[in-house]
Design a protein around this ligand. Structure first.
Ligand SMILES: NC(=O)c1ccc[n+]([C@@H]2O[C@H](COP(=O)([O-])OP(=O)(O)OC[C@H]3O[C@@H](n4cnc5c(N)ncnc54)[C@H](O)[C@@H]3O)[C@@H](O)[C@H]2O)c1
Length: 254
């Protein structure tokens, strides 16, 4: 139970389905007033109706003013959850890289730009970033996703270290596979590395609430990721060799 959530004004982007919808449901169940954002207006409206929230459809990069109005002037918690799966290599089209930067990183930067002045004035505010274990490690076959999720993690980390003494709390949520449309779209690479240990979207919401109760920055719905992250930092070449074995296994599976 996170007491500060009752009555709080909460925004969840990309909440028309998947992890975002699970976060929106959980915040509403804990007594928050929730703005449900998604590019897909119908899905945003359906979730908002279900939980008694307000739909603010559109690009996550440009909704703060409308969300604030819907919440009576103040956003207390902002969940930067909308993301794009963007697979491919260095040869992925520039437009694929640009979209990944825009949604997975710049939408977070723009939201923070709009929210931080008010949060500093009030001495409180909570920024929840749905990053990914790919932001700490990597994702086979998905360079734009891996690189931009590292960016999202770095930005969340920067926000946290810069503003934590001024009342702003930041959480970076870094799951591996979660059973959503995005996991379905990862194809054979996802089947190999994500699906075997995939969890449900509500498990991510549970992990976030457990982490918020302890004011923990790094939230790992798959606890084993902590060991992989340590292994990567402790011996990069060994870690890369292990990942390359997985890459070769994926190539062999065709
Ligand atoms: N599913 C996984 O295995 C997994 C693992 C780790 C991290 N994540 C991250 O979790 C977040 C949610 O993903 P999901 O798995 O629920 O995927 P999903 O595809 O089910 O949901 C993503 C939602 O974001 C919306 N969206 C996309 N671009 C948007 C934009 N510009 N503005 C507003 N909404 C937009 C989509 O319409 C969709 O409803 C993403 O950031 C993703 O990278 C997912």
């Amino acid at each position: 139970m996170v007491e500060a959530v009752r009555g709080a004004g909460v925004v969840v982007t990309g909440a028309g389905g998947g992890i975002g919808a699970a976060l929106a449901r959980r915040f509403a169940a804990e007594g928050a007033r929730v703005v449900v954002n998604d590019l897909d207006a119908d899905r945003a409206k359906a979730v908002a109706e279900e939980i008694g929230g307000t739909a603010v459809p559109g690009d996550a990069s440009a909704i703060i003013a409308d969300a604030r109005e819907a919440l009576g002037g103040t956003v207390d918690v902002y969940c930067a959850n909308a993301g794009v799966g963007s697979g491919g290599s260095e040869a992925a089209d520039e437009s694929v890289w640009a979209l990944a930067w825009d949604v997975n990183v710049m939408a977070h930067v723009r939201a923070a730009h709009a929210l931080i002045p008010d949060w500093l004035e009030r001495g409180s505010g909570r920024f929840v970033s749905t990053v990914s274990a790919a932001g700490l490690l990597t994702m086979i076959g998905a360079a734009p996703y891996s690189v931009t999720k590292h960016g999202a993690y770095a930005f969340a980390e920067w926000l946290s270290l810069t503003y934590r003494h001024r009342g702003i709390k930041v959480h970076a949520v870094c799951p591996q596979g979660v059973r959503t449309d995005m996991l379905d779209a990862t194809g054979s690479a996802g089947d190999l590395v994500l699906r075997p240990t995939a969890i449900e979207p509500r498990d991510v919401a549970d992990a976030l609430f457990a982490g918020m109760a302890e004011d923990r920055f790094l939230i790992l719905p798959h606890p084993e990721v902590a060991g992989y992250y340590q292994a990567r930092a402790g011996d990069p070449d060994r870690w890369l060799a292990t990942m390359n074995h997985i890459q070769q296994k994926w190539e062999a599976a065709g």
